[in-house]
Design a protein around this ligand. Structure first.
Ligand SMILES: NC(=O)c1ccc[n+]([C@@H]2O[C@H](COP(=O)([O-])OP(=O)(O)OC[C@H]3O[C@@H](n4cnc5c(N)ncnc54)[C@H](O)[C@@H]3O)[C@@H](O)[C@H]2O)c1
Length: 427
């Protein structure tokens, strides 16, 4: 039975390790997070998605997946550690470097090494291959590849198994070998290419999303000024057979979309000026909504209710969430706030302000002078105006268009909606 070592057991690495194990490989999962490893060793999966949980539990029970803080010898190595940007928006590849350096002593001649972390163009060569060379390996004896993950959180298992893959090798032989490996446990087609093309493809995919969402947000600003509803206009425009305007909202979040365009901006600053503007537009959305609320009478010093910490509906991931941008703006302007989320249990914020996170909606809304709906969780769609009656001021900023606005207006609320004129309660 072939052995696989997976380094980094997070949102991507853990389900990947479990699915490989469930396909019959012996998988050794490695992570530097000791608490995570002891949970896994006790059979506990901290990820919330039901299909991920059951895949991980099955893999652990079968004994095909074991978890450890130390790497181990294997035929195939997969590295899936975080690749964030620094405060100055430069690629932080320190975790890729330490992962490959800690793994290098376990790699043998004839092994296949795959980097899955989203990375700047050239990383597989400059970081993975060079580190192995510095560790004394002969690169002619090791197949090295880049294969980005394309999963959509919330549907992780199906997407790992079914999405087509871009498999880039430092040599065509390495790409072919990695392609066959993915085909042994995935149904998606592997598209074989070079490592640099595969790295660029992943960055292009996420930058495409960022730019299109920024464009939708610009349309929403124009609609707010022009007094029309952007959603009606988008619906009409999208009837054009070659137009697909995205949905405006509070910005973008997660480990990918707000991060990956910076890898292109850092590497190609002249060529990527459009990408930098789009980053600023999406990161400025929370501040934009705060300004609209202040125009409707919200005053610094008052309490604000934030509904939603996750960056997308019905998931528990709050990394780089637009809610963090809102919290930063509120904190700077001297507001107090409470953040509600039914799925997110912890938030690691980089903005220097606390999350004030709760799963108690009354604690969030009580005495608030405005409620910002930041996430389209299904539970928020069913909220009725009576729940909001404990607010001090009846002002709601619906950045996701989840509420039944006319019903709220009838009950005396003013509703600021993304890309539409504010609806005010009749006096
Ligand atoms: N989350 C997604 O939806 C998604 C989708 C596509 C691609 N990606 C990419 O996949 C990569 C991993 O993302 P993620 O969301 O799984 O991250 P994550 O933060 O959920 O998990 C990464 C794990 O790696 C561990 N780790 C960090 N340094 C390590 C080291 N030196 N050795 C061993 N383990 C180490 C961390 O403790 C953590 O458990 C990133 O490059 C990301 O951009 C993520």
């Amino acid at each position: 039975m072939k052995k696989v070592t997976v380094v980094g057991l997070g949102y991507v690495g853990l389900p990947t390790a479990a699915l490989i194990a469930n396909a019959g490989y012996k998988v050794h999962g490695v992570d530097v997070n000791e608490a995570l490893i002891s949970e896994l060793q006790s059979g506990i999966c901290r990820l919330e998605e039901p299909e991920v949980k059951s895949a991980v539990e099955l893999a652990l029970t079968s004994g095909n997946l074991v978890a450890s803080t130390e790497a181990a010898e294997a035929d195939i190595f997969i590295i899936c550690v975080p690749t964030p940007v620094t405060r100055n928006k430069l690629a932080d590849l320190s975790m890729v470097r330490s992962a490959i350096n800690a793994t290098a002593p376990f790699i043998r001649s004839g092994n296949l090494v795959i980097l899955e972390s989203t990375s700047p163009i050239g990383t597989t060569d400059r970081v993975i291959a060079r580190s192995l060379e510095l560790a004394g390996h002969n690169l002619e004896d090791i197949d090295i590849c880049y294969c980005p993950e394309r999963v959509f959180p919330g549907d992780t298992v199906r997407e790992i198994l079914e999405n087509d893959r871009v498999v880039g090798g430092l040599t065509p032989k390495a790409a072919k070998r990695a392609g066959s490996f993915y085909q042994s446990f995935c149904k998606g087609k592997p598209n074989l290419t070079s490592a640099a093309a595969a790295e660029f493809s992943k960055l292009m995919e996420n930058t495409f999303r960022d730019v299109n969402i920024a464009l939708a947000n610009v349309f929403s600003h124009i609609a707010e000024q022009a007094g029309v509803d952007v959603m009606d206009v988008i619906e009409m425009a999208n009837k054009h057979p070659r137009v697909n305007v995205h949905t405006p909202g509070p910005g973008v979040g997660g480990h990918c979309i707000p991060v990956d365009p910076w890898f292109l901006i850092e590497g190609f600053p002249e060529e990527a000026r459009l990408l930098e503007s789009c980053r600023q537009i999406n990161d400025g959305q929370a501040e934009h909504f705060l300004r609209l609320a202040e125009k409707s009478g919200l005053k610094p010093g008052s309490k604000v209710a934030i509904l939603g910490a996750a960056y997308r509906g019905d998931i528990d991931d709050a990394r780089d969430t637009p809610t963090e941008m809102l919290i930063a703006s509120l904190g700077k302007a001297g507001y107090s706030y409470v953040t509600h989320d039914p799925h997110v249990v912890r938030m690691a914020l980089h903005c220097g302000y606390p999350a004030n996170l709760t799963s108690d909606l009354s604690e969030t809304l009580e005495d608030a002078s405005a409620a910002f709906i930041m996430t389209d969780h299904t539970v928020y769609r069913d909220l009725t105006s009576d729940l909001f009656s404990m607010m001090r001021t009846k002002l709601i900023i619906d950045t996701r268009r989840v509420l039944n606005a006319p019903e709220f207006v009838e009950d005396g609320f003013s509703i600021i909606r993304v890309g539409a004129p504010t609806l005010r309660a009749s006096a």
